[in-house]
Write a protein that binds this ligand. Structure first.
Ligand code: 2AM
Length: 179
């Protein structure tokens, strides 16, 4: 095991991963903001939109979790990110959308319902769809407009995160197609 991860067990979450072209666009834009805001740029390859955060899961329950995800069988999700924003309470700069597609709300809702029923989550939580671009940022001032970034998400991803000295690391573990 990587010594950096030994002291902090993996925590799991479900997400939509960004296509490479969109991730590159957003990472480049975030690179243009960090000079004003400071903070830590999320790595281009780890950019994602979280649907449900589970925290630590006993690895003996992983097969059950994987079956749960495989049984969902939900449609592809159109995603449109068209604005940049800053949240003071957690110091992140994000890309998000005015209104989430109903397919995204349905996917997050069905997923969370199944996770609650199986005891992986205490309660459902409303999802505010966003992609975190910068962490530990100060107020960046007025943010530039974001030309809409649109794609059709075709995979539900189970990923893990762990904290290291250099921030959090995110790694996809399993994927299921959305049709
Ligand atoms: P964030 O980007 O808004 O910080 C992996 O940590 C992902 O799960 C991140 O996208 C993070 O959202 C989200 N996350 C982390 N801790 C969470 C929590 N306690 N509740 C909800 N989402 C969380």
């Amino acid at each position: 095991m990587n010594p950096e991860t030994a002291a902090s067990p993996a925590r799991l979450f479900f997400a939509l991963w960004l296509p490479q072209t969109v991730a590159r666009q957003l990472h480049t834009r975030a690179g243009g903001i960090v000079g004003r805001s400071g903070g830590r740029l999320a790595r281009e390859e780890s950019l994602h939109l979280t649907l449900a955060f589970l925290g630590e899961v006993d690895e003996r329950r992983l097969p059950e979790l994987q079956r749960l995800a495989a049984d969902l069988r939900l449609p592809r999700v159109p995603v449109r990110l068209d604005r940049l924003g800053f949240w003071k309470h957690n110091h992140i700069v994000w890309a998000g959308c005015g209104e989430a597609a109903p397919e995204l709300t349905t996917l997050a809702g069905e997923l969370q319902r199944a996770l609650v029923a199986a005891g992986f989550l205490d309660a459902e939580r409303a999802v505010t769809p966003h992609v975190t671009l910068l962490r530990k940022a100060a107020h960046p001032g007025e943010l530039p407009a974001l030309p809409a970034q649109e794609w059709s998400a075709g995979e539900l991803v189970l990923a893990r995160t762990w904290r290291t000295d250099r921030g959090s690391t995110y790694e996809p573990m399993a994927r299921w197609p959305l049709q």
